[in-house]
Design a protein around this ligand. Sequence first.
Ligand code: SAM
Length: 286
Amino acid sequence: MIDDRRENRPGRVGQVKEVTSLANPIIKDIKNLTQKKGREETGTFMAEGLKLVIDALELGWTIRTLVYAKNAKGKSLVEQVATKTVASGGLVLEVTEKILSSITRRDNPQMVVGIFDQKWTPLKDIQPDNGQTYIALDRVRDPGNLGTIIRTADAAGASGVILVGDCTDPFSLETVRATMGSVFAIPVAHATVDEFLSWKKSAGVSVVATHLAGSVDYRTIDYKKKPTVLLMGNEQGGLPPELAGKADQLARIPQQGRADSLNLAVATAVMLFEARRHVLELAPVK
Ligand code: SAM
């Protein structure tokens, strides 16, 4: 636990690198993380904001580099995170606000950015238990949708997200931003269609696929019987027959009005809160 009252920070003096030039090669490497190629080559990604960085460290994610703005220097929580970074063998950079803007491509950047190792959960390690809900996304393309879905999965108490086929990167800056930190809390796996279908056979799950041609009202399904995987279709094309045809149920959310369909993240949220209605309780307000 990071304690914001602690003022003594031994063992870190001299281990912070001050960087003032945008041409510095370390800054160039960090900026490369806004590109998929850069993230793939290094296996790392960037997360913005002190709270996110603290949460990630508390959840056991490995930090490689901590970048903070000069004017954040001396703030107790920042110093504690810096100490932790150094203790785990990471690098700490103190930079100008201009550099932070350039790294994060924002006019008013967060004062703290962390570079973390990516973490993927192998599909074979996902062995759902009763009461658990997973989301499987077929070729999700929009980073905002994926980030919103990861955040919603976290809020609804889902156990993980499985990316099926060619999906947008959960570790892109846009997706991580949209998750609001839930990327650190929700396991993410990826699979081909074949890998997903063979995992389905052995995992003992009920796959509820959502489809505009589904004949089952999503409110009539018994989500308690088995661990449930909610399978959601691609934003443009919906679910392909090879996935829809292998589902245990083909569910539809009734609609009125002129809209053809719901936005993918909205449809996922509607499904999730229904599938988890039996386990979600209104906790007392803190
Ligand atoms: N044109 C696409 C189609 O024909 O399926 C629309 C895809 S929709 C934007 C993205 C995904 O959200 C769908 O594949 C489905 O999984 C889910 N979805 C959206 N509205 C839905 C509804 N009313 N019932 C069930 N699923 C829905």
